[in-house]
Design a protein around this ligand. Structure first.
Ligand SMILES: [Fe+2]
Length: 326
């Protein structure tokens, strides 16, 4: 079996994924997409930056949109249990020879930026400003009614190596795709918070950000979003779906923001908190892996992703190819 045994006593305790900062080239166009169309809530904005949260979230932000000359993914944010765990996280990365830069991150008490061994820029913190709950202010619900950020998915040039590192820091594998010819991992889903994943890795030139996903209340909210996007000028931004994933069993839709950053709307995966939860294996050639109903994903879904700031992607070491729509 190619997946490592879970590390139930990692060097520091990560609670969950938390936020992402995206570089966007037209801030107001991005606002029309994330706020007016998807329904994320603005918590702060000025001429160059917009902070957003979803309806269930008490933390100040789950997405930061930053006006930049060139679009890209600037870093992925993760929340640890407390300040002591934050110091232990910093010590861990430092001991690995990875950068640890303490930064002034707005609305966060203490944060450091680092990179995983493949070069993904990361921010770790323990405490972000808390905001009053709005999940029962139903007058605010718009668009797809996004409830919370759910996961990141990244292209990785070596999924086996990525999983080895993230497993060491306590992320547990729930499902994985194996290339039967080589026995290597083609994709893997790992969690901290008790769902199918906080982060997933997919074989491909990388590292690059494949997508950021938001949990929505029901599949009907996704159907409503499709009706909205297809009649308000966003038809070309619909990329894949709707459908039901084989992996994760979630109902999904993939869309692209004005800069091509991919967003997934996602609901109804399952609970994974048991420490002895057994990972599920999928074969790369199983057509129900991508979509339970059998339809393959388009080529763009396997090839296009957002560049991470400061990291040049490298080609994958695994040439195996999935089933791709004609
Ligand atoms: Fe996803």
């Amino acid at each position: 079996m190619p997946v490592p045994a879970p590390n139930l006593y990692p060097p520091f305790n990560t609670i969950r994924l938390s936020h992402v900062e995206l570089g966007v080239t037209d801030l107001q166009r991005s606002r029309a997409f994330y706020v007016d169309t998807l329904g994320l809530q603005v918590t702060e904005e000025d001429a160059s930056t917009i902070y957003l949260r979803a309806m269930e979230e008490r933390g100040h932000h789950c997405i930061i949109l930053k006006q930049t000359d060139k679009a890209g993914a600037r870093y992925l944010g993760f929340k640890v249990y407390d300040e002591d765990n934050l110091d232990r996280a910093a010590a861990f990365f430092k001991a690995r020879g990875l950068p640890v830069d303490w930064v002034d991150s707005p609305h966060i008490t203490r944060a450091f930026r680092t990179r995983d061994p493949q070069g993904i820029p990361l921010e770790f913190y323990a405490r972000m400003d808390r905001l009053p709950p709005i999940h029962q202010q139903y007058a605010l619900y718009r668009g797809v009614k996004p409830l919370r950020i759910d996961h990141f998915n990244c292209f990785s040039p070596d999924v086996d190596a990525a999983v080895a590192f993230w497993n060491e820091i306590g992320f547990r594998v729930t499902e994985y795709t194996e290339d039967a010819d080589t026995g290597r991992l083609w994709a893997t889903w790992l969690h901290r918070k008790g769902g199918v994943h906080d982060i997933a890795f997919t074989n491909g030139a990388g590292p690059r950000l494949h997508h950021t996903a938001f949990w929505v209340p029901t599949p009907l909210n996704i159907i409503d979003l499709l009706d909205l996007m297809s009649t308000t000028g966003w038809l070309a931004n619909i990329e894949r779906g709707p459908g039901r994933h084989g992996i994760s069993n979630a109902f999904f839709l993939y869309i692209r923001d004005p800069d091509g950053h991919r967003i997934e709307l996602y609901c109804s995966d399952y609970q994974t908190v048991d420490p002895d939860h057994e990972p599920i294996r999928w074969d790369l050639k199983d057509p129900q892996r991508q979509t339970l109903w059998g339809s393959p994903a388009p080529r763009s879904w396997f090839e296009e992703g957002s560049l991470f700031a400061g990291t040049a992607p490298v080609q994958s070491t695994l040439a195996a190819s999935p089933i791709i729509a004609p």
